[in-house]
Write a protein that binds this ligand. Structure first.
Ligand SMILES: [Zn+2]
Length: 444
């Protein structure tokens, strides 16, 4: 993991958030290479699940939502972690993360019985477990510091802790405007915020993240077959679009006692990260739990009317949900490879071509020969017009350029040398095999 964090910073993929001020816990910033890779990951998902299908539509809801959303969804009451404070050093922890064999619903007694020592000071002197709500709150409207508490309380809103509710709250509008045939899905990508007690594990547990979620609305009697179909699609997406090996993913059927009370089936896709197995994505059957909550809270019908039979019912929902940062780290850590070339250690990111930030790197063999630079520029312009993401590199010697392009995952390096001026051929060097071939510029 340290090697990957170091590569991410060294090559401009990911920087600590607010780095210049010493950072800001649980936040990360994507640099020039990172934002390109992140965007490609998100675009591939959108293309796979929305653009390439007739039954899934996109939406983009606001981050700030009416606080009744979180009353209805249960987040105000239950989106909380067990917080425990060390009375000796005042450090605060998530109880279930520092003690073995206990769950999120651990009681103070259960926690004390584990005889856990404080990870900071090593003592064992704990306060009671308190429930800590992880939603970030803010004030909406013109609220001043000297306004009374009642006025301030009325203005509280939350940064959304998940994108899903932005989909559920738009279900009715979509059904009433585009009349989709069931089954149909609504997809959304966007930011979500969780005030993690102790953010850690690089971008795996951060306070601000991007999610990609689909709520797939189905007939209640047909959920099992639809679940299986989406399950296969998720695997296929991870394998063919993200270049992940299914052998690195452990499909964990969540046991009934560990599932959300409304869910009849949940599969956690656990990925083999460098720091151990962690959740990459989740696939959950949510029944009609969310739509029924909204119907109750809003007083509006969430019925779907079948166009053929005239039958009305509240659809059930299957939800594939994935965190972009988690997927980003899975992609980069499975691409991260160390090997040896001519007796020299090399780091190479074997990203699939659809994800690599740059498809080609073009460079003149020598920087100080104007005729080589001019010819290389011509090739560069041509490739960029055709493929988009192409980079230029004339720094250092050719060996150093290759090392750098290997580390950022550029599949092909194109080098213009003196032979190019004679016969219009260039050298193409392959990232993975390091083999070089000569081809005509017109055949690039
Ligand atoms: Zn302590």
């Amino acid at each position: 993991m340290e090697d990957i964090v170091s590569l991410c910073k060294r090559r401009g993929f990911i920087f600590p958030g607010s780095d210049v001020y010493g950072g800001f816990a649980g936040t990360w910033d994507f640099g020039p290479l990172g934002v390109t890779l992140k965007k490609k990951i998100m675009d591939e998902w959108w293309n796979y699940f929305v653009e390439n299908r007739d039954d899934i539509y996109g939406i983009d809801a606001a981050i700030l939502m009416n606080p009744r959303t979180w009353e209805a969804s249960g987040h105000t009451a239950t989106f909380a972690d067990p917080l425990v404070e060390c009375k000796e050093c005042k450090s605060r922890f998530r109880a279930d993360k520092i003690a073995d064999g206990i769950s999120e619903s651990v009681t103070t007694e259960e926690f004390l019985e584990t005889h856990t020592k404080c990870p900071v000071c090593g003592k064992e002197n704990w306060g009671p477990i308190r429930k800590f709500n992880m939603m970030f709150s803010t004030h909406v409207g013109a609220i001043l510091p000297d306004d009374d508490a009642e006025l301030a309380a009325k203005s509280i809103a939350y940064l959304r802790p998940e994108t899903a509710q932005g989909i559920f709250t738009n279900y009715k509008n979509v059904v009433d405007t585009i009349y989709p045939d069931i089954p149909f899905g609504l997809a959304q990508q966007g930011k979500a915020f969780r005030n993690e007690i102790s953010p850690r594990d690089f971008i795996l547990r951060d306070r601000e993240c991007s999610q990609m979620e689909i709520e797939y609305f189905v007939r209640p009697d047909n959920w099992e077959a639809e679940f299986e179909k989406i399950y296969k699609e998720c695997d296929n997406f991870l394998e063919t679009r993200m270049g992940l090996k299914l052998s690195d993913i452990n499909h964990l059927e969540v046991a009934p006692e560990d599932r959300a009370h409304y869910s009849k089936r949940t599969v956690d896709f656990m990925f083999n990260y460098p720091n151990g197995e962690e959740e990459l994505m989740g696939l959950a059957y949510r029944t009609d739990f969310d739509l029924q909550n909204i119907a109750r809270e809003s007083g509006k019908s969430m019925d779907y009317r079948d166009k053929m039979t005239g039958e009305t019912f509240v659809p059930h929902v299957i939800e594939p949900s994935i965190g972009v940062e988690r997927l980003f780290l899975a992609v980069i850590s499975s691409a991260y490879t160390e090997d040896e070339v001519n007796g020299e250690k090399r780091v190479v990111l074997k990203l699939s071509e659809n994800l690599a930030p740059y498809k080609f790197c073009v460079s003149p063999l020598l920087k100080n020969k104007p005729e080589l630079v001019a010819k290389a520029k011509e090739v560069y312009d041509k490739l960029r017009a055709k493929y988009g993401n192409v980079t230029w590199d004339d720094s250092g010697n050719i060996g150093k350029r290759y090392r750098k392009q290997d580390e950022i995952g550029t599949p092909k390096c194109v080098v213009i040398d003196f032979d190019t001026l004679e016969d219009n051929t260039v050298t193409i060097r392959d990232r993975d095999t390091t083999e070089q071939v000569r081809v005509l510029i017109d055949e690039l």
